[in-house]
Design a protein around this ligand. Structure first.
Ligand SMILES: [Zn+2]
Length: 72
């Protein structure tokens, strides 16, 4: 996916997900073996976070209004 709106989003395949992560979208655990996303702000690489796929898409709509942008 690469650069989008100042963040870099990288998919993590199930075989590469070997630890529990806390999703900041729903505050629930992402168990090992779950496809999910790593989101890194371009200007703050230390703030990388692991998100459920669905939670990130909701967050993107909430934060950036991506759906509206695509209609212009
Ligand atoms: Zn989540």
């Amino acid at each position: 996916m690469g650069d989008l709106l100042g963040v870099t989003v990288t998919p993590v395949q199930p075989y590469a997900a070997r630890k529990d992560y806390l999703c900041p979208g729903c505050q629930n655990t992402i168990p090992p073996g779950t496809f999910h996303l790593v989101v890194v702000p371009d200007d703050e690489p230390d703030l990388r976070r692991h998100w459920h796929h669905g939670c990130w898409h909701k967050e993107m709509r909430r934060r950036f209004g991506v759906d509206q942008a695509s209609r212009r």
